[in-house]
Design a protein around this ligand. Structure first.
Ligand code: AMP
Length: 443
């Protein structure tokens, strides 16, 4: 199969050829004809499957072939993304695919001044990529109208809910025209996502290109048990022993990122960090330098690293296990892309046994444990398996939960209060249904 046989127009074929895309990926082969036919989509596709072109390319074709010219402050298509980085990345891809088309594209997100964005929207844009919060801000300031909207794309919808955007999504939903095409992409399909899809999509075609909730099988994964206080030392040891060249490292909190970066830099290792406290420009610079191999070790929180497309990354290290088990799949999705093999190593201490168990249950596998000589933990990590059984609970009593708000889904038994406080941009996820189907309240 080729892109031409999928019915794409010449300017798009030319752009794809210039990017070196020869054959459609499985998600593209399924999504492109469906989107061109005007169908709604519900696609289970991880980052790295080529999902961005899967929705963006046919969307560009529809916008070129059909519909009126965009009017002032209006949009014809909206792509919602969970983070600024993903919004930038998706926009960069859309702009590349649209290179030979007479369409305008733009990306808006928080953390940067809103005024230039308002100016830019004055003439209207064909495709806007946006994070939910900034989109609502712009809407409230009358900088954009959604009455011309033909297509809505929810990219990484699971992540938007994990980050607590359900209320924003419900608000946006109310602003949308009823007649539209809606495409929903998600790496994982929780019940909340199915609920969201049930309300937003109309007779959607389901596409599943990798088994539900199963991590990419081109990634070799294992766990090294270690005491919490020796994790940094173990990381440096493994890095030197394995002669690691370029590694993306995940830490749970902003403080954790900073502490590890300081430690590595103190040892003369070329490391940088990205997290939500850093200005957007600094984050982008660190990312660009990492992509250009000017930085060897990039340490990131889940929020900052979400959806990053870094080609051929050989290795991901979970310095801490993620707070939400689904994030494990997103994290290791940074490696083993496009058929390449990758390695994902998790440094796990006894406190993290419940997280490990949840990850094994979600990915339906028991992760191999490799003990590292001289780093055998004093606090043993109890045995776990894919059934969710933890054979022996850690002796240390868990800290009680602090008051003051709903806990994040799957979070209660895992998170120490200080850890969440150190990553305040992770908002709690509501357990309530995403949308209220009852009568709307009058304001
Ligand atoms: P995505 O899953 O959309 O983040 O895409 C992952 C990576 O695959 C990106 O670097 C794309 O440029 C690349 N890619 C997408 N589709 C193709 C294709 N058909 N052939 C080769 N590379 C592709």
């Amino acid at each position: 199969m080729t892109f031409a046989t999928l019915g794409l127009i010449e300017p798009l074929l030319r752009a794809l050829e210039a990017l070196g895309y020869q054959t459609p990926t499985p998600v593209q082969a399924q999504a492109i004809p469906a989107v061109l036919a005007g169908r709604d989509l519900m696609a289970a596709a991880q980052t790295g499957t080529g999902k961005t072109a899967g929705f963006a390319v046919p969307l560009l074709q529809l916008l070129t072939m059909e519909g009126p010219k965009v009017t002032a402050n209006s949009l014809r298509a909206l792509i919602l993304c969970p983070t600024r980085e993903l919004a930038e990345q998706v926009h960069a891809s859309v702009a590349q695919y649209a290179e030979h088309l007479p369409l305008t594209t733009y990306a808006v997100y928080g953390g940067v001044s809103i005024n230039p964005q308002m100016m830019k929207l004055r003439k209207g844009v064909d495709i806007l990529v946006a994070t939910p919060g900034r989109l609502i801000d712009l809407f409230r300031q009358n900088a954009l109208k959604l009455n011309q909207l033909q297509t809505l794309v929810l990219d990484e919808a699971d992540r938007m809910l994990d980050l607590g955007f359900s209320e924003e999504l419900a608000n946006i939903y109310r602003m949308l025209p009823k007649k539209r095409q809606t495409l929903l992409f998600s790496a994982t399909f929780s019940d909340d996502i199915r609920l969201l899809a049930g309300q937003m999509l109309n007779d959607p075609l389901s596409i599943e290109v990798s088994p539900r909730n199963v991590a990419a099988n081109t990634v070799k994964q294992w766990v090294v048990p270690v005491d919490k206080k020796r994790k940094a030392e173990l990381f440096v040891h493994l890095m030197r022993k394995g002669k690691w060249k370029q590694v993306l490292v995940f830490a749970k909190t902003r403080n954790g990122v900073d502490a590890l970066v300081d430690k590595l830099q103190g040892l003369g290792i070329n490391a940088d960090g990205i997290h939500g406290d850093k200005p957007q420009a600094t984050r982008q610079r660190a990312l660009d330098r990492f992509k250009a191999s000017d930085v060897q070790i990039l340490v990131a929180t889940d929020v900052a690293a979400r959806g990053l497309d870094i080609e051929d990354l050989p290795m991901v290290v979970n310095f801490d296990l993620p707070i939400v088990a689904e994030d494990y799949i997103h994290r290791i999705g940074r490696t083993g892309r496009a058929g390449n093999t990758g390695e994902a190593i998790s440094l796990v201490c006894a406190d993290e046994v419940n997280m490990l168990s949840a990850i094994e249950m979600l990915t339906r596998q028991t992760l191999t444990r490799k003990m590292e000589q001289d780093f055998e933990p004093e606090h043993r990590v109890p045995d776990t398996d894919a059934s969710g059984q933890v054979v022996k609970k850690p002796k240390k009593p868990k800290k009680p939960k602090t008051s003051g708000g709903g806990g994040k889904r799957n979070l209660g038994k895992w998170v120490e209060s200080g850890e969440v406080a150190a990553e305040p941009s992770i908002k709690p996820v509501r357990k309530v249904p995403v949308f209220n189907t009852g009568p709307r309240k009058k304001k």
